[in-house]
Write a protein that binds this ligand. Structure first.
Ligand SMILES: Cc1cc2nc3c(=O)[nH]c(=O)nc-3n(C[C@H](O)[C@H](O)[C@H](O)COP(=O)(O)OP(=O)(O)OC[C@H]3O[C@@H](n4cnc5c(N)ncnc54)[C@H](O)[C@@H]3O)c2cc1C
Length: 504
């Protein structure tokens, strides 16, 4: 069994893992690192999802990395452009040379005496198990299962003779030209798919149990277009990024403080883009408040336009049963379909399914509390990236990576090897993800919790987190820094000469 040692081991080569590695290269160039990736490609989400029209919901000025300007004129970008951006970034920073593909991490064991993680991964290309040791484990495995999406019980589905497809595994050979398509679902994926499919299909129906908030936004950014003419990308990018951060934060805060006002605004905006007499309340006015679930974006109003032209429609009803030719609804209406797409969501998976053991004790993830939204109580030298639910994922991923680099430098500077979050001293605990979406509620018990106050509370507020994570103190009552009894000479660095250790 091969065994090597690196200072930092990153799990996952998606947007977060590649970003984490770039941050290490930029601010801790003496650290050795490797990235273990289960699949055979860089990009995670943006490589896996291949359904027609796949794109971001967020603007790329905030979904992009802080250190790598997004220069494509489209602010809401297609999956292929995002994949290329992540790959280019990995190449530019030499991160691609450190990625080990086909390595699915299964388990990690922490030993306090030596201050090391022993990480076991399975190689699906050779069938062997590989062991790597590291001083710091940084998990960037995203938040959902890759092998299967979520599909609820679909009564009578076995009798259906058409094509049944889940967007997470879009068949490359599926030609929907001239087909009658039903998309089951009302989340971001359904809202993306419906107008994209409607361009070539005979007709597309979005079948939803209940409505979602959909807001039309321009796919280009006027300020970015203007600045691009006058300023170099490196100067224009942070301006547009901060403009979008502040607008997004204001939008979220207003939704929380004056939900009725925002509801009314969203309803009026949708009605203005739909044909006269359209039943907006039935199909586009959810029962929940804005931001109880993520808002869906229709770039340039594409979904409303598809409904307006009659190429697509929205049906709000319940499935009674699948039939050989389509779906019969609770209302008795029958939808005929050559293709049914189950855009019914994802299955949450914490830490990419890996298990953690600390000094022989199995870590029960559901019983841990997240420290600053990125480390776990009683789990030493460990961080994970979970992005914002109310803003772009990468805003938080960048801050988490920055904070990890600060921690590593602090350990070196103080001649210590271990950083361990303790546990909150009381107060109520809540789920770490505060959305009321079905995919969160289904898995909430298995996820880490958050506490009532800092540093155990997630604020879902980028400006506050910048102050906390980029500039805030590293030492507080919630965390302990210490020396390892049996640290190796390379781990016990002379703070004046922090040279790298190990291979990798
Ligand atoms: C269709 C879709 C659209 C989205 N749009 C947006 C958006 O517009 N804005 C936004 O903010 N967020 C969006 N998200 C959320 C999105 O997942 C994040 O934006 C971001 O891509 C997450 O990056 P990540 O690297 O953390 O995770 P992922 O992209 O999920 O990448 C994780 C990587 O880790 C690997 N991995 C997992 N487990 C293991 C393991 N045990 N061992 C080794 N490797 C492992 C995976 O193979 C994968 O490559 C979207 C999600 C989906 C599904």
């Amino acid at each position: 069994m091969a065994c090597e040692h690196v200072d930092v081991l990153i799990v996952g080569a998606g947007l977060s893992g590649v970003g984490a590695a770039c941050h290490l290269r930029r601010t801790c160039p003496d650290k050795t690192y490797a990235v273990l990736e289960a699949r055979d490609a860089i990009g995670g989400t943006w490589d896996l999802f291949r359904y027609p029209g796949v794109r971001s919901d967020s603007d790329m000025f905030t979904l992009g990395y802080s250190f790598k300007p997004w220069t494509n004129p489209r602010a809401i970008a297609d999956g292929e452009s995002i994949r290329a951006y992540v790959r280019d970034t990995a190449h530019e920073y030499g991160v691609d040379r450190h990625i080990r593909f086909h390595h699915r991490v299964l388990a990690a064991r922490w030993d306090s005496a030596t201050a090391r993680w022993t990480v076991r991964a399975h190689r699906d290309d050779t069938g062997e198990d590989v062991t790597v040791t590291c001083g710091f484990l940084f998990v960037c495995s995203g938040y959902y299962r890759y092998d299967a999406g979520y599909t609820p019980d679909l009564p009578g589905v076995d009798s259906y003779t058409g094509r049944l497809v889940h967007p997470q595994h879009w068949p490359a050979d599926l030609d929907h030209t001239g087909a009658r398509v039903v998309v089951v679902g009302s989340g971001a994926t359904a809202v993306t798919l419906v107008p994209a499919l409607a361009r070539r299909a005979a007709h597309v129906t979005m079948l939803q149990r209940s409505p979602t908030y959909v807001i039309a936004l321009p796919s280009r950014d006027v300020l970015a277009d203007a600045l691009r003419r006058w300023l170099p990308a490196k100067a224009a990018y942070p301006v547009v990024r901060w403009k979008n951060v502040l607008l997004g934060t204001a939008n979220f805060q207003l939704s929380r403080r004056a939900p009725t006002l925002v509801k009314r605004f969203l309803r009026r905006a949708a009605a203005g883009r739909l044909p006269a007499g359209y039943d907006v309340d039935r199909h586009f006015s959810p029962r929940y408040d804005p931001w109880d679930q993520r808002l869906c974006v229709a770039p340039d109003g594409d979904l409303f336009a598809a409904v307006g032209t009659g190429r697509a429609d929205v049906v709000t009803d319940r499935i009674d049963t699948f039939t050989p030719t389509g779906i019969r609804l609770a209302s008795g209406v029958e939808l005929t379909a050559d293709v049914v797409v189950t855009a019914t969501g994802l299955d949450l998976l914490a830490l990419g399914g890996m298990t953690l053991t600390v000094d022989g004790r199995d870590v029960d993830l559901g019983a841990t509390v997240a420290y600053k939204g990125m480390m776990l109580s009683q789990v030493p030298n460990f961080a994970m990236t979970i992005g914002y639910t109310n803003a772009s994922w990468t805003l938080k991923a960048d801050l988490v990576a920055t904070y990890v680099c600060r921690l590593l430098r602090h350990l070196d500077a103080t001649g210590q090897q271990v950083v361990t979050p303790l546990a909150p001293t009381g107060g109520p605990l809540e789920p770490i993800i505060d959305l009321k979406a079905g995919y969160v509620l289904r898995s909430v018990d298995a996820l880490p919790k958050q506490g009532a106050s800092a540093p155990w509370r997630l604020h879902q507020n980028y400006v506050r987190d910048v102050l906390l994570m980029r500039h805030g103190r590293l030492t507080d009552a919630g965390v302990r820094f210490s020396r390892a009894p049996q640290a190796s000479p390379t781990q016990r660095r002379d703070p004046a000469h922090p040279a790298g250790s190990g291979v990798g």
